[in-house]
Write a protein that binds this ligand. Structure first.
Ligand code: MN
Length: 392
């Protein structure tokens, strides 16, 4: 038996307990929970077959009451001695995509980001479209290309046309970018024809991951009118391997910024789901930005209410992301197109100039939030390296 030690200042204390899917050599994928620097095998300790599955979906589908009960059992379990065979060092396991992603939606909920992008993509026009303060703008993305941290991405190719070019050409993206976001994982879905009220967010959404919504700005700029993002986004979306339970984020809840004009009734919240979560963007070992999630105009409860208000159903494993998190300051912007103002104001990173990403660059996103009872809780990281294009 082993007593799990939690290092002082660990972002993975008993007030966090994020879930993931891991494997060890010669053994299948299964569900674990991170405690300090260890992964506890829930299939081997809790005696429920849902943890022997290769994704969190079966457990998530059991519903909110079960999530609360399991969290209490895990707290008891890891406070005492745990069987040696169920304890692994986080360095010795392989972490996988934690969820079989159902539908994937990406929102656009930061007023600072939407304003900056409006100025960059549509100079001379009002930066926010007339609908922006009335509804959380979003689009349906590609669930099949959601990939876990540690998976390299290949530079995408496609049609791109610079403003000074007459016709488009095919080739590798010259403006490859990130979008630092959070993603919300639906635990229990909703039926066709039955919108989800904002007040059900806390019972239906299982947890939160970090999302990097990779964006090829040149492909995006040429294709996005009139139907929105398509191939400039769909080549890859990276997520963190740990799903931080919503139950661990009670101390991070804050009001959303003032919403003026007042949203329509289906978007109002009696107890808002603003979240005080700090993100961090690192490029080649140097932190270049710290986007503050608390600045987001629309809350994730409003996003879920909006994406089902027409009667669309939702399913276990659906993922909806917040949109790029950008704050009011320059060093709080969550994308390089904003950090370098469309590539016109390069950053100096690790001794080199950067506008958009180069082959071999490595991007790491991290996030942390206040924990219940003090201290902070961590979301881990999303780490990705850019490989050269292969099909030019
Ligand atoms: Mn995005």
């Amino acid at each position: 038996m082993t007593a799990i030690e939690i290092p002082d200042g660990s972002l993975f204390g008993l007030n966090n307990l994020p879930y993931g899917v891991f494997s060890t050599p010669g053994a299948p994928r299964r569900v674990g929970v991170r405690v300090g620097d260890t992964v506890v095998d829930l299939a081997a300790t809790l005696g429920d077959d849902v943890f022997a599955r290769p994704t969190l979906n079966a457990f998530m589908a059991q519903g909110h009451r079960r999530w609360v009960e399991v969290r209490e059992r895990i707290t008891e379990l890891v406070s005492g001695d745990v069987p040696d065979a169920a304890v692994h060092s986080v360095d010795e396991v392989t972490l996988h995509l934690p969820v079989e992603v159902g539908d994937y939606v990406d929102f656009y909920a930061s007023e600072h980001h939407a304003t900056n992008l409006g100025k960059l993509f549509r100079p001379g026009s009002p930066p926010l479209m007339p609908n922006w303060k009335h509804l959380p703008v979003g689009y349906h993305g590609r669930a099949g290309t959601v990939i876990p941290s540690g998976t390299d991405i290949v530079r995408p190719c496609g049609q791109r046309k610079a403003p000074d070019e007459d016709t488009p050409t095919f080739g590798e993206s010259r403006r490859l970018d990130i979008e630092a976001e959070l993603g919300f994982v639906v635990g229990t879905g909703s039926e066709l024809g039955r919108p989800v009220p904002t007040g059900e967010f806390g019972e239906r959404v299982f947890g939160v991951v970090i999302v990097n919504d990779w964006s090829a700005r040149d492909i995006q700029a040429w294709e996005y009118v009139p139907l929105g993002p398509f191939l400039g986004k769909s080549f890859a979306t990276s997520i963190s391997p740990w799903v931080v339970p919503l139950l661990a984020l009670e101390a991070a809840r804050v009001d959303t910024p003032t919403q003026d004009p007042e949203p329509l009734p289906y978007l109002t919240e009696t107890s808002p789901w603003g979240l005080d979560i700090e993100l961090e963007v690192e490029l080649n070992g140097e932190v270049v930005s710290r986007p503050p999630y608390r600045e987001m105009y629309w809350s994730p409860a409003q996003m879920l209410a909006h994406l089902t208000v027409n009667g669309a159903s939702s399913r276990t494993g659906d993922l909806f992301a917040s949109g790029t998190v950008s704050g009011p300051e320059r060093d709080q912007r969550g994308a390089f197109i904003e950090l370098t103002w469309g590539g016109k104001e390069p950053l100096r990173v690790a001794g080199e100039e950067r506008t958009f990403l180069q082959d071999g660059d490595e991007v790491v996103l991290r996030a942390s939030a206040p924990g219940v009872g003090g201290g902070r809780i961590g979301f881990g990281e999303v780490r990705t390296r850019i490989l050269p294009a292969t099909h030019t």
